[in-house]
Design a protein around this ligand. Structure first.
Ligand code: 9UX
Length: 72
């Protein structure tokens, strides 16, 4: 089964920032899709909870240099 997570991502200032966040998320195992919105400071992620969880995704975002908070 699939799960969804929505994060606020602080610090993205251009679309390449969003691209690097998206790439970092998609590199993780168990990710179905990721969509990062630089204008609204959001990252929406579809994932398989048997393989990855919200905290691991959050840390992957932080590892590329942005502050991330799970909101949904
Ligand atoms: Mo754009 Mo983001 O030049 O760190 S990639 S600001």
């Amino acid at each position: 089964s699939e799960a969804k997570a929505l994060f606020i991502v602080v610090g993205m200032t251009c679309s390449a920032c969003a691209g690097s966040v998206e790439k970092a998320i998609k590199r993780l195992p168990g990710i179905r899709d990721a969509a990062v919105d630089v204008l609204n400071n959001r990252a929406q992620v579809l994932f398989f909870p048997n393989f990855v969880n919200e905290e691991t995704i959050r840390e992957a975002i932080e590892d590329v240099g942005f502050e991330a908070t799970l909101i949904k």
